[in-house]
Design a protein around this ligand. Structure first.
Ligand SMILES: *Cc1c(COP(=O)(O)O)cnc(C)c1O
Length: 374
């Protein structure tokens, strides 16, 4: 059996080596390493894939979130609501911009932001909600957008883990992760569902004025050369990374299917287990399984993880500490016990190997081993 890894980018590369190598070689031959035509082409291809009116490629997903929030023109002290059970990036950029991160609890089953918690957290200073489509399944966007409309709030989607996920609104409209809010942000970090061979990210919007502002901010606040109208940053997608992404984008849907097949295998194997719970599905969203995350409720999560490691099965804890309990974000407003669901999840979640190259033999070995240990 092939060695089991959390992510197997090397095997994935071998299957599309010719396309990737050719794309990279073209960039080297053109010597347009920054702002080359491949970046423009990739943005256009991603525009048609996602249906977003504007796609603005930047240096990474964290920059995308930061630039999106900068473009909204929020002021110091404005409150931005985000889940406490997620990767740190969202709260980080909110804090860096002098805005106030307001964290809220999540749903036990989907692990996505909880609607009741959002409603309770809204104050007159709330200006934006940043839902995260955690592990590849969209947050409840229909309700989030309606809360936002009611309170006149911006919505910036953190779609870093969910590119390609599709969400169906009650009226039947289908939209992709990242194209529902005022802005959507994604990451092309190598292990993400659409990953490059370094860092990369992008912002999506249908709003022309916001698109123009975000483009300017990503380029030193410059619209006309050497005229800087707003304070910006330097954040751009390397042309070589754009070439890698442009070669991989046509495969994204088959990659999603491969992940969904692996997830279906896990679901089937674990559906009747009482001490490990499979992830709940939101019927409005497809799930693109950036991670397949179990909740270990009737056994010790850390012991299970250690025993799996002895059997050469890697597993990871995403995420061990909710944002409100991180040292850098400790705040007199929050204490342990405030967000019981997130705190419980932090003690019991376990993500199994999930990537496009898992075969039946590996999947059966993983599920049989897990079941033998719990
Ligand atoms: C990966 C990720 C980010 C940050 O993306 P980078 O490209 O690593 O900066 C932000 N939010 C979430 C939820 C992520 O998974």
């Amino acid at each position: 059996m092939k060695k089991i890894q959390m992510v197997d980018l090397a095997s994935q590369y071998q299957r599309i080596k010719a396309e990737i190598d050719q794309g990279i070689q073209e960039v080297i031959d053109s010597a347009q390493f920054v702002k080359g035509h491949k970046v423009v082409e990739f943005q256009e291809h991603l525009q048609s894939y996602t249906g977003a009116k504007h796609v603005i490629a930047v240096g990474n997903g964290t920059d995308a979130l930061q630039i999106a929030l900068m473009a909204l023109g929020l002021k110091r002290g404005d409150e931005v609501i985000t889940p406490t059970f997620t990767f740190i990036a969202t709260a980080e950029v909110v804090a860096l911009l002098g805005l106030t991160p307001v964290v809220v609890d999540v749903d036990w089953g989907t692990m996505n932001i909880s609607l009741d918690s959002i409603r309770r957290a809204i104050t007159p200073r709330t200006k934006a909600i940043v839902p995260v489509h955690l592990f590849g399944q969209c947050a409840p966007m229909a309700e989030i957008l309606s809360i936002a409309r009611e309170h006149n709030l911006y919505v910036v989607e953190d779609a870093c883990q969910a590119i390609g996920a599709r969400y169906t609104f009650p009226d039947g409209t289908v939209k992709q992760a990242g194209t529902m809010g005022d802005v959507g942000c994604t990451s092309f970090f190598p292990s993400k569902n659409l990953g490059c061979y370094g860092d990369g990210g992008a912002m999506f919007t249908d709003n022309d004025a916001l698109a123009e502002r975000m483009r300017a901010i990503a380029n030193h606040g410059m619209v006309v050369r050497y005229h800087h109208d707003i304070v910006g940053v330097n954040s751009r997608l390397d042309t070589i990374q754009a070439a890698v992404l442009d070669a991989k984008l046509p495969h994204l849907d088959e990659y999603i299917v491969a992940r969904q097949k692996a997830a279906a295998h896990y679901d089937e194997a674990f559906k009747d287990c009482t001490n490990i719970l499979i992830p709940s599905r939101d019927t409005a969203s497809t799930h693109v399984y950036h991670q397949y995350t179990l909740r270990v409720v009737g056994a010790n999560r850390d012991e299970l993880k250690a025993k799996l490691a002895e059997k050469n099965i890697p597993a990871m804890v995403y995420y061990p500490i909710p944002l409100h309990m991180q040292k850098a974000y400790q705040d007199s407003r929050y204490k342990e016990g405030d967000f019981p669901v997130a705190e419980k999840l932090a003690t019991c979640v376990l993500s199994l190997p999930m990537h496009t190259e898992l075969d039946e033999e590996q999947l059966s070995y993983i599920t049989d081993t897990v079941k033998g240990l719990i």
